[in-house]
Write a protein that binds this ligand. Structure first.
Ligand code: DHE
Length: 521
């Protein structure tokens, strides 16, 4: 009797193909192989959320590779023996597509996610190491999702610990430098005690988060989310959620949040919305501790703060309409003005935070990366330097009249800039293109590039952070087999290398808690 091949019997062939398709359809594959770690709803569990917003920085080929081969040194196994090539392709396309129903994350979800492992007061107040606690560096290693703590005097590694998946943006410190708060793209906020190298509390603020800010008195944490589009306020002690602010204009048109920062002299959080032309200011209550902690205010209520008190209640939103959507922004040193880049990547504007008026347009094209801007004084004036993400230039602006003083031509578009008040140099990287292994050193007085370093030919080098005195600095060799390289900030000679797994940002406790002019805030 001949063997009947299904393909030769139309009705059987159709049924079988359908069965195969149904079984290997991405939703089923996901439930069978991924849901136990990444959550049935794709919002993440032990593994990270598998939604396009959360995976946005990972290229599709990389998603395919991770599904097939797994991720070394993590719980993620490879599925190359379990799934066929087309199934891996279908699954990766699917996790990179929007789910049919946009997921939500409510105040109840936030509350349910909170874990307080060491309540305030349960760990001693003395650091478990001899190093200067004010001169520690926290280094985020994005390769295997870890962070390291380095002694800023000796560059000895004091601790290395796992973090949440895909930390992004600068971690923020409590004013005394004891606690560091990390934010992950998946919305997790982790409060970590640097005196004891222990996670003390965690909470998930949203599904996809931009960044976090800590109030200057250390009492509050604000999270900025793109999914759901909102800001979430926490009590910093145990990360208890206090309030959710849905991001929307007065008519209720919702928005993602671009970012939120603390503005210490104003005692307020400032946030920009991505899809609504508004800046938001949310004041926190002024306390004497805030004055002592920041040293930013000569008296408890400085004029800007007094003006603000007259206008708004603590924790209430003050809306400032702005002429364009602000994606990326930066403050003047007094936090009276916001310099924001428009959504299109061409042009920027200066907004007065008290009056809400637009004071100037800046002639900046090619995606000025304002969030990475730094300022310094030279020749009796304060200047601001900004790298561009889409062209090989650094723009230098006069902070008094916002005129473009100079354009420095670099070896490729850059991402980050750093300096220190005590250093005569500012550093900028080449982050994109064939010269990603170069960093430029700019003389802060002549406003010229005076050195170009190639720490490791062919390897990306980026992002600098100085020590508390501005005498040394760390540069990332941004690779899986990377390192942070310590340099003498004056002679520009290499001091040492500490091996790291794709180190991204580095954050010095003193510089960050003192809002040092050459670092990010
Ligand atoms: Fe970042 C900071 C936004 C892509 C590494 N990045 C920030 C901040 C914002 C931001 C708003 C400030 C947060 C803070 O410190 O409080 N980043 C964006 C983007 O919109 C963009 C272009 C697209 C996106 O995917 O979100 C983007 N960023 C990247 C990357 O691709 C980088 C290079 C690698 C990564 O880890 O994702 C990257 N961003 C960083 C780092 C900081 C950062 C290391 C902190 C810089 C600092 O010195 O404080």
């Amino acid at each position: 009797m001949p063997v009947l091949m299904p393909a030769l019997i139309p009705e059987l062939a159709g049924a079988q193909e359908e069965a195969i398709t149904a079984n290997s359809a991405p939703p089923q594959l996901y439930q069978d192989h991924c849901a136990s770690c990444h959550g049935a709803d794709r919002l993440g569990a032990m593994g990270p959320a598998l939604l396009p917003q959360n995976l946005g920085r990972i290229k599709p080929e990389e998603v395919r590779r991770v599904i097939a081969d797994g991720r070394p040194a993590t719980q993620m196994p490879g599925f190359t023996d379990t799934l066929t090539g087309p199934e891996v392709d279908a699954l990766s396309d699917w996790v990179l597509s929007d789910p049919p129903v946009t997921p939500d994350w409510t105040l109840d979800d936030i509350r349910a996610s909170q874990v307080v492992s060491h309540p305030p007061g349960s760990l001693g107040d003395t650091p478990e190491f001899d190093a200067d606690p004010q001169n520690l560096f926290v280094v985020v290693e994005t390769g295997d999702h870890h962070a390291s703590v380095l002694d800023g005097d000796t560059f000895e590694r004091l601790a290395r610990f796992p973090t949440r998946f895909a930390l992004h943006g600068g971690p923020k410190y409590s004013p005394d430098g004891r606690y560091v708060y990390f934010g992950s793209r998946d919305g997790w906020i982790t409060k970590f005690d640097l005196y004891h190298f222990a996670v003390v509390a965690e909470v998930r603020a949203g599904i996809n988060m931009r960044n976090i800010a800590v109030s200057a008195d250390g009492r509050y944490v604000m999270a900025a989310n793109t999914l759901p589009g909102n800001l979430v306020l926490f009590d910093a002690h145990r990360l208890d959620p206090m309030r959710v602010y849905p991001a929307a204009d007065a008519e209720g048109n919702g928005s993602r949040v671009s970012a939120v920062y603390a503005a210490p002299p104003r005692s307020s959080f400032i946030a920009a919305l991505k899809d609504v032309k508004e800046l938001w200011e949310i004041p926190w209550p002024v306390t004497p501790e805030a004055v002592v902690a920041t040293g930013h205010m000569d008296e408890p209520l400085d004029p800007a703060r007094k003006a603000l008190e007259a206008r708004g209640e603590s924790f209430e939103v003050r809306r400032l309409p702005v002429p364009d959507y602000l994606d990326d922004f930066f403050f003047d040193p007094e936090y009276r003005r916001v310099i924001g880049a428009s959504r299109g990547g061409d042009g920027a504007m200066v907004i007065d935070l008290d009056s809400g008026d637009k004071l100037a347009d800046l002639p900046l094209s090619g995606m000025p990366h304002l969030g990475s801007g730094i300022t310094w004084e030279t020749g009796g004036r304060r200047v601001m330097a900004i790298p561009h993400l889409a062209k090989p230039e650094v723009s230098i602006i006069d902070m008094d009249d916002y005129s473009l003083i100079k354009t420095l031509h670099t070896d490729g578009p850059g991402f980050f800039m750093r300096s220190h008040e005590n250093s005569r140099f500012a550093w900028t990287d080449v982050f994109f293109g064939p010269n990603r292994d170069r960093v430029h050193v700019i003389d802060k007085d002549s406003l010229e590039i005076v050195r170009t370093l190639v720490p490791e030919p062919g390897k990306t080098s980026a992002h600098v952070e100085f020590d508390r005195d501005g005498e040394t600095l760390l540069l990332s060799l941004w690779e899986r087999d990377g390192a942070v390289i310590a340099y003498d900030a004056d002679s520009l000679e290499e001091i040492t290398r500490v091996p790291m797994d794709k180190p991204s940002g580095k954050y010095n406790v003193w510089n960050k808690t003192h809002y040092e002019e050459g670092t990010s805030h």
